[in-house]
Design a protein around this ligand. Structure first.
Ligand SMILES: [Zn+2]
Ligand SMILES: [Zn+2]
Length: 351
């Protein structure tokens, strides 16, 4: 008799111990499980601020929006940082020294701890007084932590391959990515652009099979040089189109060769996202969904993408500044685009 009773009792602690061990193992596994790769296109009203947060929560922000003494653009960047669960920016990249990209740097540096500051080289527009002031404000923030990169340079991120492919008008040569481009037969070389735009940084990021290309405000002549006579970049999954999708900003010979599953346009209500550009993105064979930071309000509505894939619909004065977010699974196979305004999302697979 005393035999059966204790055996029932002794089994319970045993089960509990097994359960406890399983739970401990599960939580340890959870702690080591990488998070997703998250990319945020922060609405800075026709400027740029694109935040990349790696599965290990390292962070790369390219551009900081406009100079805003009311900290509007800084606060929108901070909102994305909170969503991603980070409190500092490890690498601040400035694509080029125009007001809509570098203007917000002093305010950002006031509020947010920043590690390294990275650029294409000195501003080439210092002869202009306003542009010189932007450059000098940047130099003050960058002092002691500045790095100038050349194409081919990389950022030392875990799990992620992050390479600069454009800087200071130079382009990376990655022979393994080169592919013939039949679209070059009909394309004519655009005239050379010596402005800061043409000097913009561009980078290519990959996680497993997933690839994201961000070309800043790179100009048509540089796009053409990336695309012809041979496509230097291969195909990508996700593409931030150059120069906010402004007039002539999307070269079909590049867009078609990249075959992006998704093209993101970081436009404002009245800056970028112009008819010619968006139609050339939507109408180019190989380009999939187009997502926009804003409905473009200047030229009628017809050329805009589906409202579900548009983060902001209003004029700047009453805009709430919603982001678009890409969430990439740690293995790089599957990823999701989400509209920060509505939560609407679409799932995609890497090629
Ligand atoms: Zn710009
Ligand atoms: Zn807005």
């Amino acid at each position: 008799m005393p035999h059966t009773q204790p055996s029932v009792h002794s089994r319970n602690p045993g089960v509990a111990l097994v359960l406890l061990a399983a739970l401990t193992a599960a939580s340890a596994a959870h702690a080591q499980t990488p998070s997703t790769l998250d990319i945020y296109w922060i609405d800075v009203e026709g400027g740029a601020a694109t935040l990349v947060v790696t599965p290990d929560r390292e962070s790369v922000l390219m551009d900081a929006g406009w100079p805003r003494p009311d900290f509007r653009d800084t606060e929108r960047i901070e909102a994305a940082m909170r969503d991603a669960g980070i409190t500092e920016i490890d690498y601040l990249l400035i694509s080029h020294f125009h007001r809509d990209h570098v203007g917000g740097v002093p305010q950002l540096a006031d509020r947010v701890p920043i590690g390294q500051v990275i650029d294409h080289g000195d501003s080439v527009e210092q002869a202009d007084e306003a542009a010189l002031a932007l450059w000098q404000d940047y130099e003050t923030v960058a002092e002691g932590r500045r790095r100038t990169v050349v194409p081919g340079d990389k950022l030392p991120l875990s799990r992620i391959e992050f390479s600069f492919i454009a800087a200071h008008r130079r382009l990376a040569d990655a022979p393994e990515r080169r592919a013939p481009n039949r679209r070059c037969a009909e394309a004519t070389a655009p005239s050379i652009d010596e402005s800061e735009n043409g000097h913009s940084l561009g980078y290519l990021l990959s996680l497993g099979g997933f690839q994201f290309l961000n070309l800043g405000d790179l100009t048509p002549d540089r796009e053409y040089a990336l695309a012809c006579p041979e496509n230097r970049l291969g195909i990508v999954d996700l593409w931030q189109v150059p120069h906010h999708g402004g007039y002539g900003a999307i070269r079909p010979e590049l867009a078609g060769a990249l075959e992006p599953t998704v093209a993101v346009v970081n436009n404002g209500p009245r800056k970028g996202g112009t008819p010619g550009s968006l139609e050339s993105a939507q109408g180019t064979a190989g380009v999939g969904d187009v997502w926009q930071s804003h409905r473009a309000l200047a030229d009628g509505a017809a050329h805009n993408t589906d409202e579900r894939m548009t983060a902001n619909l209003t004029e700047e004065e009453n805009c709430e500044g919603h982001w678009i977010k890409a969430t990439v699974q740690p293995d790089g196979r599957n990823w999701t685009m989400t509209n920060g305004r509505t939560g609407y999302s679409r799932n995609y697979q890497s090629k």
